[in-house]
Design a protein. Structure first.
Lengths: 437, 314
């Protein structure tokens, strides 16, 4: 085991209330809402019609391009409607509303299920594609695309991302403790697929038990190393992990394969295992339900499409006193207007805050705290001034599109300036103008 | 259920503008208390007049500019008032204190657009104005209460060196047993306050380190060449307003650069001008002008010396 730490970033209170709650299967809901756009890239094309019967695991939406992913029904029942639904990020998308009916029946997988030792790289690309697997760490980028880097960029290192640096969230932690072997098997498949020489399993030291579990497993296995990271946010971001572990900088505007690295979240690896070894597509995920005043902070193995309200109620969340309900963690999650929104592939947690309030904003005092905390070394003070002044070319030169919106700058700002929000606004404005011209 | 929908992040660190200002005031309290000890109750009047005038000017100008007047409570005007007072001679006429404080807030801060928008350190602009408007009262120094001298006025350590070639003992400079402005007596107490801010990370360590090191080095070189003509570098560090300037004035975040490279140029520049003015200029002390001169470079330094981003080509 090697120990490393990131230099920048912040260390907010960890709040891992649900760390000791084992993963519980969440009861079958009466209905699920499954949007056709749950991934980065083009939405899936619907394959089902109203009143059609579907089985659990049946493909109901087909990938509509290279960067896209299929979606599957997470229940057995009837498609009640195809209509637009509200997503956690505030946008709307077409979704299949499926009411659960009768005995559960499983659809046959659309890929051959083999012994893991017999799988080839092409098999794994097909499996991840067909099973609708996307990056479950938050970016929901289609995994099949990620594991097919261009030939001219050989991958030498695979990093298993178990950092889970977001405060409160424990879904990856529980998966690593309860499904260590499955995750490691999938990690080995991944390393074989991209032909990497080295494998690293990166875990923060507030999950030392998980690191030790992997250490036992990898002990004596050539080419694998467990990396214990000092807890720091946003260490689990791809670019941070690659910098900390490999000492390489992903070029601006580039991707990890440009520096020979592939980072894969442990939740994604578990999903790969389920698909490869058991023939189960991505229809369930672990969702942490936690927060201030939540009676039973929990980790639920939840069917995609289950309403957030059901999970919150089951965990005893104080819905009447809540001032914020967040899909995801407190640093990068999305606050929603209502809990009647389905859990998606990207939903790592549901967080309830009862003390969230609006903060008084002061003018920037150029203290530079944001600049020194930024993991990407963006000069945030000036970038945001340029955005506020509508000086888009200068904003781009100061790293507008380099920003990954981790939230560290807003977190440290003593003037309470919503810096990330300004940066999002800047990106939106520039994209809109570029689309027009 | 009335849920707040806002952009992430949804949690926030503990620092805030009023909290930073409060800690700056706390860090200045030992030096402020020492000034009362050395110069008597009059020092307190100077500080009170300066602070109250600063707060009232701030409030009135926010009102005039139709801005949120609660901004007068963020503590920044209080800090400006206190800092200005600490740069003034104890015997100064209180009406002059009020004028200086009003100029600091109105001309140097509000007219530039208020908190965060000023180019120059407001307290130092106030002092520069008083120096120009009332040169005699601004350079008349009463002896501190512990100096048993039969004179109504005395020279400051730097003045004594410049005009009479007298060196003050390091120990007296350290403990504050000298005459001078309210806040430039005890180098030790100022250092203590500065270190407190450093530990709490409210000031950038590069600024005091850059200034003090460069003064030490620039003067040290001259002193090695001619120790008769030039003062020893420890005297240079401890005498005058250098400690106050290096720890509390030059570190003002609004008027100092953000990037490390910019900060080094800024702080070494201040050190260079301090030595230049003190040893070759017409005045015994030059901390105020040095900081004001380097303040004017800050926008330029921030524009051209940003740090290299992760993954950016060198």
């Amino acid at each position: 085991m090697i120990e490393l730490r990131m230099r920048r970033g912040v260390h907010p209170p960890e709040g891992k209330l649900s760390a000791s709650s084992p993963i519980q299967g969440f009861p079958l809901p009466r209905q699920v809402i499954i949007p056709f756009s749950q991934h980065a890239g083009k939405p899936a094309t619907p394959l089902v019609k109203k009143r059609q019967k579907v089985k659990t695991g049946e493909k109901i939406g087909e990938a509509s391009g290279f960067i896209s992913a299929p979606v599957h029904s997470s229940v057995t029942g009837t498609v009640k409607a195809l209509e637009t639904t509200l997503l956690p990020n505030g946008s709307s998308a077409l979704a299949a509303i499926i009411s659960v009916e009768g005995e559960e029946e499983w659809a046959e997988p659309t890929w051959p299920v083999k012994e893991p030792s017999e799988l080839t790289p092409d098999d794994l690309r097909k499996i991840t594609r067909e099973a609708g697997i996307v990056g479950l760490g938050g970016a929901v980028f289609p995994t099949s695309v990620k594991i097919s880097p261009p030939r001219e960029y050989p991958i030498d290192s695979v990093i298993v991302n178990g950092a889970e640096c977001e405060p409160y969230l424990t879904s990856d932690h529980r998966l690593m403790l309860e499904h260590t072997e499955e995750i490691f098997q999938a990690a080995q498949l991944l390393k074989m697929t991209v032909g990497a020489k080295r494998g690293y399993i990166a875990i923060e030291d507030n999950k030392r038990d998980a690191a030790e579990a992997f250490e036992k497993l990898t002990h004596g296995v050539a080419d694998w190393e467990v990396v214990l990271l000092k807890t720091r946010y946003p260490q689990g971001a791809e670019k941070s992990l690659i910098k900390v572990i490999l000492g390489r900088e992903v070029p601006m505007g580039g991707l990890p394969f440009h520096v020979g690295a592939l980072v894969q979240n442990v939740g994604t690896l578990y999903a790969i295992y389920q698909a490869a070894a058991k023939g189960i597509p991505l229809i369930k995920r672990v969702v942490t339900v936690t927060g201030e005043g939540v009676e039973k902070p929990s980790n639920f193995m939840t069917r995609i499409g289950t309403s957030a309200r059901e999970l919150l109620t089951a965990a005893g969340a104080p819905l009447d006193e809540a001032t914020k309900i967040i899909f995801g963690g407190p640093m990068m999650g999305m606050a929603v207007k209502s809990p009647d929104i389905p859990v998606l592939k990207s939903t790592s947690g549901l967080l309830v805050l009862t003390t969230a309030k609006k903060r008084k904003v002061f003018p920037c005092l150029y203290c530079g705290k944001c600049v020194y905390a930024c993991p990407l070394k963006i000069t945030t003070t000036r970038l945001v001034k340029y955005i506020q002044a509508g000086m888009w070319d200068q904003a781009k030169a100061f790293g507008l599109f380099n920003c990954m919106e981790c939230g560290v700058c807003s977190y440290v700002c003593p003037a309470n300036i919503p810096l990330v929000h300004w940066i999002r606004y800047g990106k939106f404005m520039v994209r809109m103008m570029e689309a027009k011209s | 259920m009335n849920l707040i929908v806002s952009s992430s992040p949804h949690i926030h660190g503990k620092d805030s503008v009023p909290k930073i200002m409060l800690h700056v005031i706390l860090a200045l309290l030992p030096a402020a208390a020492a000034s009362i000890y050395f110069f008597g109750i009059r020092a307190l009047w100077v500080m009170l007049v300066s602070i109250i005038t600063a707060e009232v000017s701030e409030y009135l100008f926010l009102l005039l500019r139709k801005k949120d007047t609660t901004a007068a409570l963020d503590g920044s005007a209080f800090v400006t008032g206190l800092l200005l007072a600490l740069t003034l001679p104890p015997s100064i006429n209180l009406s002059m204190v009020g004028i200086g404080s009003a100029v600091a807030i109105i001309v140097a801060k509000q007219m530039f657009g208020g908190f965060g928008a000023n180019v120059f350190n407001p307290a130092l602009v106030g002092r520069a104005f008083l120096q120009a408007a009332f040169p005699i009262p601004m350079t008349t120094w009463v002896p501190n209460r512990l100096l048993h001298v039969d004179a109504t006025t005395v020279a400051t350590p730097l003045g004594g060196f410049k005009f009479s070639h007298l060196l003050t003992a390091h120990k007296n400079l350290l403990l504050g047993n000298v005459s001078g402005s309210l806040g430039e007596t005890s180098a030790l107490l100022l250092l203590l306050g500065g270190l407190y801010l450093l530990v709490r990370r409210y000031i950038d360590w590069r600024i005091p380190v850059g200034i003090l090191t460069s003064v030490f080095v620039f003067d040290g070189i001259l002193w090695l060449f001619n120790s008769q003509k030039y003062p020893d570098p420890v005297f240079m560090l401890l005498a005058g307003g250098l400690m106050l300037g290096a720890w509390f004035m030059a570190t003002d975040p609004v008027t100092s650069p953000v990037s490390p490279a910019g900060i080094w140029i800024y702080s070494v520049g201040i050190g260079f001008f301090v030595v230049l003015i003190r040893l070759f200029g017409g005045m015994p002390e030059g901390v105020m002008y040095s900081i004001l001169i380097m303040n004017s470079f800050v926008p330029l330094l921030d524009k051209y010396l940003r740090q290299r981003m992760l993954g950016e080509r060198k």
